[in-house]
Design a protein around this ligand. Structure first.
Ligand code: SAH
Length: 359
């Protein structure tokens, strides 16, 4: 990793001011530098043209500004774009640009890999490699905004890439503060959606945050038995507790919690599931986002027919639950939900490792 003592990409505006003050640099320069980095995507001090040459030279010899490097950039037939980014320690992550008009959306990763091991998700098969730093999370947004020409335009952010944001709580929230800064991209928290498997202590902390993103919860099942099988953290944070935390989660007027529900053919898409789901969500300001499974090798489920998905959706709609069906985007470049993974990233089982050694 970068020697982050000297990495300005990791600092919030107040931290940047303090750090630069230590080096005898004027305070207002900190704002200019924050702006160059986070709003202008200029990470080379030489390009910070409103600073004096001696100051630029001094900064250059004292600090670095790490930025994820684009190592591949693929565009799907539907316009979805997937970027593989290499970090300072050569680990790789993936970030996705979804150009849905009128709103442009960046799907951002919070970890390299993921520890949650959800049964439908390829990222989970990698295991957790490490948390992303706040600077790396912000850096992804900066790189995507620059690559898509959106540094000066509004966009949405969904924390739905690789990783579990509440399992990397501090860095994720710091990243949101940095993105929100008026000296940077000034991303309103209303434009950010944090998606989680439902780590309850994290939800409780989130409930007290001054900068509150929209909340999405990956539910995926309506009984503890099935949810534990699909979303293993459910063992520790079972449905009743999770839904109680959602019920008491502070929501702004007209805001609702999104419940994501991956639909698995003849597993969790039956009329009984729909009925139980309606009951579970009673008393919660909720909307449901159905995600027909994006199949992948090694994922032991299949995608239900449109007819089954529509029947499920209709059942909810008839009971006055707002429901949408997520369009699958970028499947041809493996950019769809649950398909983000980096080459060589799959954690091999002991038996597979042994087979490789022997074979
Ligand atoms: N860890 C967080 C953030 C990832 S969001 C979370 O789980 O919420 C990614 C969303 O895509 C989650 O709802 C996830 O369950 C869903 N997903 C995972 N694998 C999928 C697949 N194969 N097809 C469709 N959706 C999938």
């Amino acid at each position: 990793m970068t020697p982050d003592r000297h990495d300005l990409a990791e600092l919030e505006p107040a931290e940047l001011e303090a750090r630069l003050e230590d080096t005898g640099c004027e305070r207002f320069h900190a704002r200019q530098i924050y702006r160059w980095i986070h709003k202008g995507a200029v990470t080379d001090f030489g390009g910070m043209t409103n600073l004096s040459r001696p100051l630029r030279a001094q900064l250059d010899s004292t600090f670095v500004v790490s930025t994820p490097r684009i190592v591949s950039d693929e565009t799907s037939t539907d316009g979805t774009r997937k970027l593989a980014l290499q970090l300072a320690d050569e680990r790789r992550i993936e970030s996705v640009f979804i150009p849905d008009t009128p709103s442009m959306t960046f799907c951002i990763s919070t970890q390299v890999g993921c520890a949650m091991s959800c049964g439908c998700c390829l990222t989970g098969k990698m295991g957790l490699v490490r948390n992303l730093t706040a600077g790396e999370i912000v850096g992804q947004v900066r790189v995507l905004a620059e690559a898509t020409g959106l540094l000066d335009a509004p966009f949405n952010i969904v924390l739905m890439g690789m990783g579990e944001p509440l399992h990397n709580y501090d860095n994720t929230m710091k990243a949101l503060r940095m993105l929100h800064s008026q000296h940077g991209l000034a991303v309103s928290p209303r434009r950010v959606t944090l998606s989680t498997v439902g780590i309850i202590p994290g939800l409780e902390r989130l409930a007290r945050e001054p900068l509150m993103p929209n909340l999405a919860v990956s539910l995926h099942a309506t009984t503890d038995e099935q949810r534990t099988a699909l979303v293993p953290p459910n063992r520790r944070y079972p449905l009743a507790d999770l839904l109680a935390a959602c019920r008491s989660f502070p929501l702004k007027k007209r805001n609702r919690i999104t419940f994501e529900y991956v639909m698995l053919d003849e597993v969790n898409d039956t009329p009984e599931d729909a009925r139980r789901l309606v009951k579970l969500l009673a008393g919660i300001k909720a909307k449901v986002n159905l995600i027909p499974l994006n199949p992948a090798p090694g994922i032991p489920f299949s995608r239900p027919s449109d007819e089954r998905v529509n029947r499920f959706a209709q059942f909810l709609a008839d009971r006055h639950i707002t429901v949408s069906v997520r369009k699958s985007r970028g499947q041809d470049i493996r950019a769809a939900c649950g398909q983000l993974i980096v080459e060589g990233g799959i954690k091999k089982t002991a038996a597979q490792q042994m087979a490789m050694l022997l074979g």
